[in-house]
Design a protein around this ligand. Structure first.
Ligand SMILES: [Zn+2]
Length: 277
């Protein structure tokens, strides 16, 4: 990752907080440089059908081990951009080739009257690991997606455009081999999950990660969201109230009594057991 290109991208979106949409700009020479390094991109319009076709190549069991290794290698290095492919691979895993199949998901109202209807694709919503949100065609700011990916490890994990973008970036990047420290951290996280008080929620897990995993609270929240979206943290009951306070995404109904899905752990991290002394 070229440091100057990354700085250019970050300065476009962030200055002690999000820069207002209208105030964002990148000087043309800097944009050209960041683009030449594969860190910034021209705007694109992606259709649902193009993105569904593009992600088919990633529905490959071999890639589960690669995204697992990338995720593990991110732990000691804090290269958060290698984390979200664990989630986006899981979103793509069961997604069949199909065309846009609209279903109304909500309405916009003005003075009590319906003025617009929102649609998503029924197949995407019903067949991915979590409900995948898509639109028939979308102007996508790949720079914003890449900023979120590099700063926190992805935000829109269940959005078709992000799934496509993230997997395309993941296979393009080079990842260093995992270190023993990475496996120690991952095992410590799993041991923590296995030992927490049964009623503990995702928020509690995030707080307890502080002593195990390098990084900020925002990074730890994304880490938990990635594990939940990937099916490593899987709620065993669906009748619990959603975690209040904020949007916990896939981890909203997880409680520590659900522990972790050991099948998913062996699928993503087959080296974990071998690495233990
Ligand atoms: Zn679809």
């Amino acid at each position: 990752m070229d440091a100057r290109a990354k700085r250019i991208l970050f300065r476009t979106y962030w200055s002690n907080g999000w820069i207002d949409r209208d105030a964002r700009s990148t000087p043309p020479d800097e944009f050209a440089y960041a683009k030449s390094q594969g860190v910034m991109f021209d705007p694109v319009t992606w259709t649902h059908d193009e993105s569904i076709a593009a992600v088919q190549v990633f529905r490959n069991p071999e890639l589960a081990r690669a995204v697992g290794a990338g995720f593990a290698a991110s732990l000691s290095t804090r290269r958060v951009e290698w984390r979200s492919a664990l989630a986006t691979w899981a979103m793509a895993e069961h997604l069949p080739p199909h065309t846009w199949t609209p279903v109304a998901t909500g309405h916009g109202y003005r003075s009590g009257e319906v003025v617009s209807t929102h649609y998503s694709c029924e197949v995407c919503m019903d067949t991915a690991e979590q409900q995948l949100v898509s639109s028939v065609s979308e102007h996508v700011d790949l720079n914003c997606l890449n900023f979120e990916r590099l700063k926190w490890g992805g935000v829109r994990l269940r959005d078709l455009s992000y799934v496509r973008f993230d997997l395309e970036q993941f296979v393009r990047d080079e990842h260093p081999p995992t270190q023993a420290t990475d496996w120690d951290i991952l095992q410590a996280v799993l041991d923590l999950i296995a030992s927490m008080d049964k009623s503990a929620t995702a928020g509690r897990l995030v707080r307890e990660l502080k002593s195990i995993l390098p990084g900020t609270v925002a990074e730890h929240r994304q880490f938990v969201d990635v594990l939940a979206t990937a099916g490593v943290l899987r709620p065993l009951r669906r009748d619990r109230p959603e975690h209040l306070r904020s949007d916990w995404g896939a981890a909203g109904q997880w409680h520590a009594e659900d522990r972790y899905d050991s099948g998913r752990v062996s699928q993503f991290f087959p080296a974990l057991q071998r690495s233990r002394r």
